[in-house]
Write a protein that binds this ligand. Structure first.
Ligand SMILES: [Zn+2]
Ligand SMILES: [Zn+2]
Length: 245
């Protein structure tokens, strides 16, 4: 059904948004929506990457070097996979999307996620976006995470439970807090599973979507909440993995 609707909408969308790069607005020849110039600037994460935090791994004398990005971190989810490293270009794009309200960027992000993470996404029963708290929602006017999860579920057979998680209070923006302990404290009990989904998620494999994974505190808080309600497993999907130099 979703695919059918999409095949009808596709030509309409390409009329409304003629072949321009969604990131830099350059005119494109193909019907794809990202230009090569922008694409090559993104540092995509290809295997091998850390099975836990999704950071790229490297080989030294044909031995995989253990991940030093997450050795001091404790996560409450099973694993994270990210589209790319949170370096300049991806950082800029995510910033444009989140803070400059460039909603149209949800499409290229979705296309890239499907291109590189389709198999990973399909391994799960439900896709759940991290919710924004209400004050930040009204500030930005949209939850960028749920736009992307909704779009993904139109292309891949996975059900998006858009409003499954809710925030219970106005926690401070995580980016304003620098200590991990304080971040965790800030998040404790900040998420709830909506009553109507409690049965639905029991024993299921959940994939939580967020924009960036840094210390994993937000993702861990979501995972903990879902596990408390009986989720079978919780993995994370993010646009970018922020790594230490
Ligand atoms: Zn471009
Ligand atoms: Zn790691």
């Amino acid at each position: 059904m979703g695919a059918k609707v999409n095949s009808i909408l596709e030509p309409v969308l390409s009329l409304l948004f003629p072949n321009r790069c969604a990131f830099c607005q350059d005119i494109l020849d193909s019907s794809c929506c990202i230009c090569d110039k922008c694409l090559i600037k993104i540092e995509f994460i290809h295997p091998p990457f850390c099975e836990k935090c999704g950071a790229p791994l490297f080989y030294r004398e044909s031995m995989k070097v253990p991940c030093y990005q997450c050795q001091d971190l404790k996560f409450d989810f099973e694993k994270n996979e990210s589209l790319g490293v949170y370096t300049e270009s991806l950082k800029k794009l995510i910033h444009l999307y989140k803070f400059n309200r460039r909603r149209s960027l949800n499409r290229p992000f979705t296309i890239l996620l499907i291109r590189y993470k389709k198999e990973y996404i399909k391994r799960h029963d439900f896709l759940i976006p991290v919710p924004l708290n209400s004050s930040r929602y009204s500030e930005r006017g949209f939850n960028q995470s749920s736009l992307i999860t909704d779009e993904i579920s139109r292309h891949i057979e996975i059900t998006c439970l858009e409003d499954c998680l809710k925030r219970t209070g106005a926690s401070r923006p995580q980016s304003s807090i620098h200590s991990r302990d304080m971040r965790l404290k800030n998040l404790t009990d900040r998420f709830r599973v909506r009553e109507k989904y409690k049965e639905t998620i029991r024993g299921k494999n959940i994939l939580v979507f967020d924009d960036v994974l840094t210390t994993g505190a937000t993702s861990s808080a979501c995972a903990k909440t879902l596990y408390n309600e009986g989720a079978g497993s919780v993995d994370i999907l993010t646009l970018a993995r922020a790594v230490k130099a």
